[in-house]
Design a protein around this ligand. Sequence first.
Ligand SMILES: C[S@@+](CC[C@H](N)C(=O)[O-])C[C@H]1O[C@@H](n2cnc3c(N)ncnc32)[C@H](O)[C@@H]1O
Length: 249
Amino acid sequence: MPHRWDDFAAVRRDQIESGKDLTFSKVFLPYYMDLAKELHPKSLIEVGCGTGHLSIALSNHVNKTIAIEPSKGMHIIAEKVVEGSGVKLFPLRVENYKSEHPFDLIISHMVLQLVDDLESFIASVAELMGNQSRFVFAIPHPCFYNEYKKFFGPSEYHYMVETTKTVSFTVTKDPNTIISGVPYCHRPLSRYFFVLKKFGLYVVDFEEIFPEPEIQSLYGMAWDFPRYCVFHAQRGKDRLILNKSEQLL
Ligand SMILES: C[S@@+](CC[C@H](N)C(=O)[O-])C[C@H]1O[C@@H](n2cnc3c(N)ncnc32)[C@H](O)[C@@H]1O
């Protein structure tokens, strides 16, 4: 359902470039920059790059940066954002992107909570990985996000049940701009661990994002709990790696 993002590309560009999206500029941009400095990847692919801003920032620390984005609207904006940079952009879903060489680092920021077929998505990512590759993805924290955003009413929400809904939301510093009609899928944490393992990936790090008080204060209200979490996955040395077609049999 990437087309559902088409109409919000210009809004997202404005929110990111103006700094209104605090979570992007104050929380995750520093997080991924630190990660790139720590891991020194030679090659990076960002899956679901949206407007391309994160790819651009990271590309300064990497020899080769690929960004893929299937939403037409997002891709049009991303083309402008990455113009003149070293980032190579493709208008593709990860399921349709093929590479002869594995990537050292695969990042997917705020994407997995909206993909309709998690297995196919993660199977495709696994095919882009070698033994030393790291797959890092951030999602809204499944344990706490509904308490924060109230996407699901009490009768709709059962933590252990995977449930998809079309939702609307705003960002704290741009409360009058509503991003609406986009998919959101609640899945229990165990579902992510299970699917990663199914495709030969295991979690080497799991972080719950809870910024320092001075960053929280920018939001005008303290965070009661971690709103986001980040998985770091790598290939398991002894695990059987099944490819997508084998899984679908
Ligand atoms: C919430 S947006 C996040 C965009 C960007 N990463 C950011 O944080 O600003 C999710 C993006 O994932 C993309 N997407 C959805 N399904 C995808 C898939 N199968 N492969 C690659 N990208 C996908 C959508 O088109 C959308 O732009």
